[in-house]
Design a protein around this ligand. Sequence first.
Ligand code: XIL
Length: 359
Amino acid sequence: MRTLARGPRRTAAVLTASAALLVGLASAPAAEAASPHRHRPVTLDDLARQHGRYFGSAVDNPELADTAYADLLGAEFGQTTPGNGMKWDATEPQRGVFDFTSGDEIADYAKAKGLKLRGHTLLWHSQLPSWLSSGSWTAEELRAVLKTHITQVVKHYRGKVFAWDVANEIMNEDGTYRENIFYKTIGPSYIADALRWAHAADPKVKLYLNDYNVEGTGAKSDAYYTLIKQLKADGVPIDGFGMQAHLALQYGFPYQLQQNIQRFADLGVDVAITELDIRMVLPSDATTLARQADWYSQVTSACLAVRRCVGITLWGYSDGHSWIPSTFPGEGAALPWDENLRHKPAYDAIHAALTAARS
Ligand code: XIL
């Protein structure tokens, strides 16, 4: 083949191949045309891109050692989020001592694979280092600690992440503020300040609030609606609302998902589905997997139906690497790929929803 392909014959061969490719592209359905290589299968991210969206998956540092998993993630998806690597306990394990090893590992992987990167998360009640959670702080001291943390971490990842979950899980189910250490010590002003400090450290990065059980309408999502409206009115930098979407078949599909996404978009912020998984009580069977597939399809379609819903991130993509079994004993099977990286019905349902939607 090598000798044949040299010289004028090579040109002729290339031309013939290109012509065949062009003919192929012209007659192929839109989904096929998105693939730059003839034999590369069309990925979920290829399809999402046709709608101006991304389709991503979180990754946790130890998972990078599973090369089959890491390679497929890099090929199939267009975006990633570190599962743990940028949290406070990882990035500032001692006061004023920053460690970006884990976060950088994910950032380097994202760059190597051409994935957009969401930063997660600057402020959360969970996974705080003990020097912070068991310290006793005045409001002034804790404000300084928070400002330093946000400034250092955001500056470090400037130009590498396109969005930050600035504040994670700051509301209770009833729509009151969660009494995390920041709320208890500083009061609710820490939220606007966190956004302002993040903006000062990287004026270009998109700043999000992120939470679970906010996908449907209800007291908790109402609280975010009111908060974001107020932040906007006050001129506080806020660009997006992240709906984690850790769904569970036994609790029902989020009420009015699409309308809820739309009302946040109408406030003038982007919406992202940031941590999607759909768990069930084990063992799974054909019926529950079909129901799960339908839910994945519905979430995908709801996002595509709202112009400002910018993308969907799975919280890991295979049942072999999922936080669910250890966090919710007896539950699992939450993702579109099984432990052996084979497609489940959910994968086909997402694929079909991305194909069916009109751009
Ligand atoms: C989870 C990680 O996936 C686990 O590895 C870790 O032990 C606990 O945190 N909401 C969030 C994520 O915002 O950061 C959580 O990630 C899942 C729930």
